[in-house]
Design a protein. Structure first.
Length: 137
């Protein structure tokens, strides 16, 4: 019985194909932590992301509908400026209510987001937010 030996050209072709597939898959994968926006460094631009970006215990805003666009989140209480003029998606994953304001420093039109509220399509001014200490806006 003669052992099966592949010609060198077949082996090279197989190695080249496997290498091309690995390269393609690595190009499609996003780096770990990319665009998670949860490191406190400010807004992060994302496109067509998802609500899974907002972790438990956070109040999250996206500039676009369907959880897309610039992402901003907080987990602290008190008044904060966001740098987002308006939100297209909102999710309050905190155990307390949160107010959004159309102006900075708590000025302008107020919208209340009860604990647990998730809204994939919104149009609300969000230059500042106030995380309340309870569930009463």
């Amino acid at each position: 019985m003669t052992p099966h030996v592949q010609p060198t050209s077949v082996r090279r072709l197989r190695v080249a194909l496997v290498g091309a597939v690995v390269l393609l898959l690595s190009a499609l994968a996003a780096p770990a932590g990319a665009a998670d926006g949860d490191d406190g460094t400010g807004p992060v631009e994302v496109t067509a992301y998802s609500s899974s970006q907002c972790v438990a215990g956070r109040f999250c805003l996206w500039s676009g509908a369907g959880y897309s666009g610039t992402f901003w989140s907080t987990g602290t209480t008190g008044l904060q400026n966001t740098s987002l003029a308006s939100a297209g998606s909102v999710w309050n994953r905190m155990a307390v209510d949160v107010r959004t304001y159309s102006g900075s420093g708590g000025a302008g039109t107020v919208t209340c987001w009860n604990a647990g509220t998730q809204t994939p399509v919104a149009s609300v001014g969000t230059l500042s937010v106030r995380t309340m200490s309870g569930t009463t806006c």
